[in-house]
Design a protein around this ligand. Structure first.
Ligand code: GPK
Length: 836
């Protein structure tokens, strides 16, 4: 369809083409216009929420102008694009980021002041876009920021959940989940009711002869659900490039309701269909690093993969290029195994719809996909039952079997002597029922597989994908160490530190080239610099202390050592180790003489994070933290020497307040279990030190900042297996300090001991899988070192400044450049000022 305006009329369009506001006055004009018209409010009816919406709409308009230009330019450039398929994008707030990235925050601040509002109040009106669980989703959001900043032609594809990750409330010390309905009014999204894709489920497969006399498969008579696109602009920093995040929403294919049913009086049935369809994109599954095999989840995955691929293929076909060109135009990155169905789906489109031969199609598929693994935890590796896939996606199951047959034939031919190998690497697990191993399908269907930190990338090659290294050779597997965007995690969250750094480096260029940070090491002995750096940390701690008071009603002294562990609650992340350490500290202080107590370093232990709703052990840990807090915080003997805080509803916008305010943060997973971790990077970049195990990116952080600047403890990944074995097969002696902690818990000091027996017994009786007892002493000793080190504030300060200076490597910009070069083979599209 030709939708271009004819030449003769274009002058009129160009004359009135919308321009970006540039001045404070123009910004104010835009805000007032939106408040008065789009929002239909007035000066007598304009609260902070209206001011936020008006400001957001003013900036949204600006982004849209650049977004349109970017899309035109990228289409014109005709270069290869990358599509990042992720079921999660944990974007957080958009307004602050938009103002920063287009470089108009100061203008907006002055403009808002003229209109009677404070910038901070307006920004904090926005609800987080919380379409993710934790690290994996936040990584995807950092990647979008870097992709746009580096001018890569890139799209994100995800689902438009009506409910993001639940809101966590703590009631009587227990986690309670409250739904997060976030779509009431979202100024950042654009419904594209004209961009739809019909997606099929169920049905059957029939073989027919086509016109060319070839036998082809048709998948038919299924149930159709329509995917509707919703787009959100993703602005780059310091560039006009504005990429697209496309979210699919589900609705019934026949519109509001089925008129045939409605007319025949089946009112309820007609509406029920609609609701069933809408259920697909209704809610984000709240499990982090855990798979639960629910049919609706599989439906979500296929719905999203199929809609995205249809969209990608449709865009490619407009270019009228040969299919062999597809991998030169399209790179698709699979964020974990969640989008693995995209592999058989592309194969299906190529052979069943486009009529390519199997081998030609399969070669295109393999060249197109890359797969990122985020965990080696067995309970997180996705498997779907064969009967379920057979029922829901019958044609895909056939294709998966064919992929497997070809693959196993190849393996058999090349490794005829290894009899067990075929069973080990088969995509189909021969269990009852049979299961499809999604990670194997992802490995087989991709040209590159990467882990997210060096240790993790080594581990996948020696554990879960060992056989595949033998089959494909080591080059298929690579490492891309995770990174974080310095725009949000330094400049936005810690504006004063960013400004101090800029004052020394002469510009804010470090925000687009974080390696420039190394230059601040020259100021490590500069008195004025040190003083300001220290003042900033203190001010950030005051800000957090105020927040804790407001949110939790607990008074903490900002002069205390702030010890923070915020992340999803999981046994492998070992918040239980932390809280047992806190209990140990509590009784140690209680047993001290008044003179000894005077020497104690005051501490605030801050916890935050959500537990998956069905994960009882994680919920027990939250409960224990809250119970310990209740006892410790109200013990008059303890006073400021120890406070324990559980911060409710940890999310991205809270992380922006928390990360700049730590003295120490905890990254204490059982060695070999945390693939990377990314909050470790955020804390160090903001002038906090780390206590951590030799795990994930902690190892590379140590290498970059120096081992004198980090507190490492605990057993190494290479010893974990033997230690686990020893818990069952040799005489095991419980650490006496930990035994004491358990005795106190069992005595009921922290409330009904029965509540905590499963937690204690997982360590005492059930083999202590996460090695809490093995690492306990080393953990306690290391905290002692931290207390001592903190008393020497000058040395501490030197450590923190040096660490910040050496964090340049951990920018997600570096990370995205590595993906672009090693995996995607894409080049930036430099924006020009005048559009296409
Ligand atoms: C890994 F497998 C998973 C998952 O389901 N969710 C998730 O957030 C995390 N992750 C890892 O646990 C982190 O170590 C890592 O930094 C993050 O993914 C990003 O790679």
């Amino acid at each position: 369809v030709e939708a271009s305006i004819p030449e003769g009329q274009r002058a009129a369009w160009k004359k009135f083409s919308v321009k970006e506001f540039k001045t404070k006055e123009d910004f104010e004009k835009e805000v007032v216009r939106h408040v008065e018209t789009t929002l239909a409010r007035s000066i007598f009816n304009c609260d902070e929420s209206a001011a936020y919406n008006g400001t957001a709409l003013a900036f949204r308009d600006r982004l849209v102008i650049e977004w349109n230009k970017t899309q035109q330019q990228q289409t014109y450039a005709d270069q290869k694009r990358v599509y990042y398929l992720s079921l999660e994008f944990l974007m957080g707030r958009a307004l602050d980021n938009a103002m920063l990235n287009v470089g108009m925050k100061d203008v907006a601040k002055d403009g808002l002041a003229d209109l009677g509002f404070r910038m901070e109040d307006v920004i904090s009106q926005e609800r987080d876009a919380a379409l993710g669980n934790g690290g994996l989703g936040r990584l995807a959001a950092c990647f979008l920021d870097s992709l746009a900043t580096l001018n890569y032609p890139a799209w994100g594809y995800a689902l438009r959940y009506r409910y993001g990750i639940f809101k966590q409330e703590i009631v009587d010390g227990y986690q309670v989940e409250v739904p997060d309905y976030w779509l009431d009014f979202n100024p950042w999204e654009f419904p594209r009711h004209d961009v739809t894709v019909d997606i099929q489920f169920y049905g059957g497969v029939r073989k027919i002869k086509n016109e060319a006399g070839k036998t082809v498969s048709v998948w038919e008579n299924g149930e159709i659900v329509t995917a509707v696109a919703y787009d959100a602009p993703v602005p780059g920093y310091g560039t006009s490039t504005t990429n697209n995040l496309r979210l699919w929403s589900s609705k019934a294919s026949h519109g509001e309701f089925d008129f045939t049913k409605f007319n025949s009086g089946e009112y309820e049935a007609s509406v029920a269909d609609q609701q069933r369809a809408e259920t697909i994109s209704a809610v984000l599954y709240p499990n982090d690093s855990l798979e639960r095999g629910k049919e609706l989840r599989l439906k979500q995955q296929y719905f999203w993969c199929a809609a995205s691929l249809f969209d990608i293929v449709r865009r490619f076909k407009k270019s009228k290029k040969a299919w062999s060109e597809f991998p030169n135009q399209v790179a698709i990155q699979l964020n974990d195994t969640h989008p693995t169905l995209a592999i058989p789906e592309l194969q299906r489109i190529l052979i069943d719809v486009e009529g390519l031969e199997w081998d030609e199609a399969w070669s295109i598929v393999q060249k197109t996909f890359g797969y990122t693994n985020h965990t080696v935890l067995p309970e997180a590796l996705e498997k779907w039952s064969v009967p379920l896939i057979q029922h829901l996606l019958p044609r895909h199951l056939q294709i998966i079997y064919d992929i497997n047959l070809n693959f196993l034939t190849y393996v058999e031919r090349n490794f005829p002597k290894d009899r067990d190998l075929l069973g080990r690497v088969s995509i189909i697990e021969e269990s009852q029922p049979k299961m499809v191993r999604m990670a194997y399908l992802a490995v087989i269907g991709s040209h590159k597989v990467n882990g997210v930190a060096e240790l993790h990338s080594d581990l996948i090659k020696t554990t879960i994908f060992k056989d595949f290294v033998k089959i494909y050779g080591p080059d298929k597997f690579t490492n891309v160490t995770n990174g974080i965007t310095p725009r949000r995690w330094l400049h936005q969250s810690n504006p004063r530190l960013s400004k101090l750094i800029a004052s020394k480096l002469g510009s804010y260029e470090f925000l687009s080239d974080l390696t420039l940070l190394h230059k601040i090491e020259a100021y490590v002995d500069d008195k004025a610099f040190r003083k300001e750096f220290q003042d900033i940390k203190f001010a950030n701690k005051v800000r957090l202390a105020n927040f804790i008071k407001e949110a939790q009603g607990i008074t903490v002294n900002p002069a205390s050592l702030f010890d923070v562990q915020v992340k999803r609650i999981h046994e492998y992340k070992r918040q239980q180790l932390n809280i047992f350490g806190v209990i140990h500290r509590y009784f140690e202080i209680k047993e001290m003489s008044p003179a000894e107590r005077k020497k104690v370093q005051p501490r605030v232990s801050i916890f935050g994070g959500k537990a998956a709703p069905g994960y009882w052990m994680a919920k027990t840990i939250i409960h224990l933290v809250n119970q310990v807090g209740k006892v410790v915080n109200n013990d008059p003997e303890i006073g400021d020497l120890l406070k324990v805080v559980f911060l409710e509803d940890y999310n991205v916008s809270k992380a922006e307040i928390i990360c700049p305010a730590s003295d120490i943060s905890e990254h204490i997973s059982t060695a070999g279990t945390e693939a990377s971790g990314t909050s470790n990077m955020k804390f160090v970049l903001n002038g906090g030190l780390v206590i951590g195990t030799c795990d994930g990116a902690n190892i590379e952080i140590t290498r970059e900042i120096g081992e004198e600047n980090i507190f490492l403890f605990g057993n190494l990944a290479e010893d974990v297996e033997d230690l686990r074995h020893a818990h069952f097969y040799s005489e095991f002696k419980m650490d006496p300090m930990l035994q004491r902690v358990f005795d106190e818990i069992r005595s009921g000091v922290f409330g009904d001991a029965g509540q905590f027996s499963a937690l204690v017994n997982s360590i005492v009786e059930h083999g202590d899988y996460y090695l809490v007892s093995d690492d306990f002493k080393s953990y306690i000793d290391t905290h002692k070192l931290i207390d001592e080190a903190y008393k020497d504030q000058e040395t501490w300060l030197t450590k923190t400044i040096t660490s910040v200076a050496r964090m340049g490597f951990f920018s997600s910009d570096r990370c995205i450049d590595e993906y672009a070069e090693m995996i995607w083979n894409i080049e930036p599209v430099k924006p020009t000022s005048n559009g296409a």
